[in-house]
Design a protein around this ligand. Structure first.
Ligand SMILES: Nc1ccn([C@@H]2O[C@H](COP(=O)(O)OP(=O)(O)OP(=O)(O)O)[C@@H](O)[C@H]2O)c(=O)n1
Ligand SMILES: C[C@](O)(CO)[C@H](O)COP(=O)(O)O
Length: 229
């Protein structure tokens, strides 16, 4: 299933606390974002990458793309103040037929595989919207002011990952309408859900972690050293 992808790299990496954009941190010898881009660059089904970066960092990313011979970055788009706005700008910059498939992926998730990409893209073609997700392993408490209110039914809980995949016309409509009603979600499928469309879960992988805090970098180092499992 052919697709295009919007890769997000316009964050600040505040929770990583490294003093720079976490996707530029080195992992096994090259920046995190290069690992992420390579996965798409080497996938024959990927028809083009739109890379979303902060405007003041765009030259740095252009140099990286050239230096590491990433060939499929067709467009650079400016980042927004929030992730959702960055996605919106990325979708605006991307050119594609309304019924083509677009994936949205966090630059900070460098352990994605071609197999999972294919599964997400195929599900989006069939159902309109899909996401990778893994079953929650912890018991999850809902609490207010440190007071437990209830324990959620774990059997029905999934942790959302990226990529999230869509028919282009659907995700554009969702972003436009949610901007109009000031709805902010922490991922992209939540905007489609908000409009009442259904979303298909595709099993992800516990290795497809998002590098968020310093501990994640340590785990990522181990994954890199051990290779595919
Ligand atoms: N305004 C933003 C915010 C986030 N992202 C991207 O969205 C992905 C997931 O976001 P997150 O993990 O929250 O990254 P940061 O915003 O960089 O981290 P933090 O919230 O700790 O500052 C990252 O690849 C990040 O670069 C983005 O493109 N634009
Ligand atoms: C989209 C996402 O990766 C799904 O897990 C996540 O919601 C984005 O990260 P954030 O840290 O909540 O911005």
């Amino acid at each position: 299933m052919d697709y295009q992808v919007v890769v997000l790299a316009a964050g600040q990496g505040r929770r990583m606390g490294a003093g720079e954009n976490k996707v530029l941190l080195k992992l096994a010898g090259c920046p995190v974002i290069v690992h992420t881009l390579r996965t798409f660059d080497t996938d024959p089904s990927c028809q083009g990458i739109t890379l979303v970066t902060r405007e003041d960092e765009q030259d740095q990313f252009r140099l990286l793309v050239a230096h590491y011979h990433i060939t499929k970055v067709r467009t650079f788009a400016p980042g927004g103040s929030e992730r959702q706005e960055s996605v919106y700008f990325g979708l605006k910059a991307l050119k594609g037929a309304p019924d083509s498939i677009v994936l949205i992926h966090d630059g900070a998730r460098p352990f994605l595989t071609h197999e999972r990409i294919k599964a997400a893209a195929e599900a989006a073609a069939e159902y309109g919207a899909s996401l990778l997700a893994v079953p929650i392993k912890d018991t999850v408490k809902q609490a207010e002011d440190f007071q437990v209110e209830r324990t959620l039914e774990r059997e029905s809980l999934w942790a959302a990952q990226t990529p999230q995949a869509f028919r282009l016309s659907l995700i554009r409509e969702a972003h436009r309408k949610c901007a109009d009603i000031n709805f902010t979600g922490t991922d992209d499928v939540s905007l489609v859900e908000r409009l009442g469309y259904s979303v298909r879960i595709v099993p992800g992988s516990y290795r497809n972690i998002k590098l968020t805090t310093p501990e994640d970098m340590m785990i990522a180092q181990v994954f890199m050293e051990r290779g595919e499992e």
